[in-house]
Ligand binder design. Structure first.
Ligand SMILES: [Zn+2]
Length: 535
């Protein structure tokens, strides 16, 4: 296409009316917050300020940026109608709503959803019961270093993950490592700013919390449950629906009397020995005084209040082992069930309906709850007969409901970190020695080196366990200035080999430098040119 054929958007239109002509809205990534997509859109379009971006999307520039429950979504979806995305889809896949929905009364859930679609700025936090909740939200937007690196590799950019911002999630449910704090403080200081990870994430960012492995593992399981809940597409339930199920189970565990009166003291004692005080404190769910009102008492007595999903998750884990198991046992339909149980993936009807299959499936899922970090092969070693039965009679289901790959959480007990450190040091030394710059020079940054190391994620997650490798890695990092000087050396060497006259403009062009280089780099260029002249 010739340049003259290119049709520019009509510049007589105000800039916010041009977005439809641009026909551009970024692809929404899996589990990405809508806030994050808008922050990326702002970068992609290069609009001069946030007000313009907001006006393009919402029709007015005073819309408040919201992390968890954005509003005015019907206007947004209308303005990006070229994208055929509905407000319902945005709510279900890119806001916090689906996590809260199963624990809200039906009317209130519908009301909140309507408000998110139509209101400009709603009182959603109060409606959902968050204003009265003792669980504090995170103080910053959080990120997982491994997710960040993987996103960069897969998508060419990073994004804010919804699950990492849920109160109580301090460990990544996918990688098992502690989350880190970004530069975006919460509540948002500027109500209109949409900050992308690109501007707010640093490799040296501090962890949101650091603790022993036992606590990390407990936090990992809680995060996994919250992640499952977020994606299970569960519907709202009538008031006290869960309370009745909890009391049934408490009766079975002798923690409630046949009259359904809960033995509160005994229950709190049991919960305190199930979750350590340190863990409960970390996620803001302490039970300080058993005589005072606390979340355990509140959840198990009849009332008209709604409670934070994190409280439900803690009680469900204590009573039923895991959230997934609880919802399967209480037969609540979920998206996951529908997907996994679709006619395409199920064996013949007669077999599916039999109790034996049901029991075997439950056993297999239960086994994975007990050994959450085991691979399929390792699970098979633990329960060979069960595995073989399912393999013969229910193969497709088994394929869909088994761990797909080994988790990246290394076991501290079995690993000899000293040996691993030495081996990795040799690997990194070799990589730096053979740093291949022949096609396109690459700066030796932590990221670019780690990317070439076979198990580089270990260096990201456990730098303290690999002190030799880490120290060597740090000594190899190039600053931008050092990288420019290396490029200049490569270029001048090349020119000399070809017996060409070395001039400043040639160096700038061939080394891909801008005129804004630092004084040191400028001096080095002059030095190289002068050597060329002398020769
Ligand atoms: Zn992660």
């Amino acid at each position: 296409m010739k340049l003259s054929e290119f049709v520019y958007p009509d510049t007589s239109l105000p800039v916010w009316e041009r977005i439809e002509m641009l026909g551009y809205f970024p692809l929404l990534y899996k589990d990405e917050l809508l806030y994050s997509t808008i922050s990326r859109l702002h970068i992609h379009t290069g609009f001069a300020n946030y007000k313009t971006t907001i006006k393009c999307l919402f029709g007015k520039d005073s819309m408040r940026a919201t992390i968890d429950f954005p509003t005015n979504l019907d206007v947004l979806t209308k303005n990006i109608s070229f994208k055929t995305i509905t407000s319902d889809k945005l709510i279900d896949e890119h806001t916090m709503f689906p996590l809260y929905q199963p624990f809200l009364p039906i009317d209130r859930a519908n009301d909140i959803k309507d408000k998110m679609k139509t209101k400009n700025n709603g009182s959603i936090h109060a409606k959902i019961g968050l204003s009265a909740s003792r669980i504090s939200p995170h103080t910053h937007l959080l990120f997982c270093q491994s997710c960040y690196d993987e996103d960069f590799e897969k998508c060419g950019e990073a994004y804010w993950h919804r699950i990492h911002q849920v109160p109580g999630v301090l460990v990544c449910p996918h990688h098992g490592c502690f989350l880190k704090k970004s530069g975006v403080k919460l509540p948002l200081v500027s109500y209109i700013a949409y900050i992308a990870p690109y501007y707010a994430v640093e490799r040296g960012s501090s962890y949101v919390i650091e603790s022993c492995l036992e606590i990390r593992d407990s936090l990992y399981l809680i995060a996994k449950d919250l992640d499952w809940l977020m994606n299970a597409n569960l519907s709202a339930k009538p008031m006290n629906y869960y309370r009745e199920l909890y009391v049934d189970c408490l009766k079975h565990k002798k923690l409630a009397l046949p009259t359904r009166r809960v033995r509160q003291k005994a229950l709190i004692k049991a919960i305190r020995s199930f979750y350590s005080a340190e863990l409960l404190n970390m996620i803001g769910c302490d039970i300080l005084d058993e005589n005072e009102s606390n979340w355990v008492k509140e959840l198990t007595r009849k009332n008209r209040k709604t409670f934070h999903p994190l409280y439900h998750v803690l009680l469900i884990r204590f009573l039923f082992g895991s959230v997934m198991k609880f919802f399967e046992e209480t037969n609540l339909p979920s998206k996951k069930d529908t997907i996994k149980g679709s006619s395409k993936t199920q064996p013949k009807k007669s077999v599916v309906n039999s109790d034996t299959v049901k029991n075997k499936r439950t056993d297999w899922l239960k086994l994975q709850e007990v050994y959450p970090l085991y691979t399929r092969k390792e699970l098979r070693k633990v329960a060979g007969n069960l595995y073989m039965w399912l393999y013969r009679n229910d193969k497709e289901w088994l394929q869909l409901n088994s761990p797909t790959r080994k988790t990246t959480i290394p076991s501290y007990n079995r690993v000899n970190w000293g040996e691993r450190d030495k081996a990795m040091l040799e690997e990194v030394k070799q990589i730096c020695l053979e740093w291949n710059d022949s096609v396109k020079p690459v700066r030796k940054s932590i990221h670019s080196i780690i990317k070439r190391v076979k198990r580089g994620y270990l260096l990201v997650n456990y730098p303290d366990k690999l002190p030799l490798t880490n120290a060597f890695l740090m000594s190899q990092i190039e600053t931008v200035e050092e990288f420019q000087i290396r490029r200049i050396k490569n270029v001048t060497e090349e020119l000399r080999k070809e017996n060409q006259i070395i001039s400043e403009w040639q160096i700038y062009r061939k080394a891909g430098l801008r005129s804004t280089v630092t004084e040191k780099v400028r001096q080095f260029i002059t030095y190289e040119v002068n050597i060329g002249v002398r020769r």
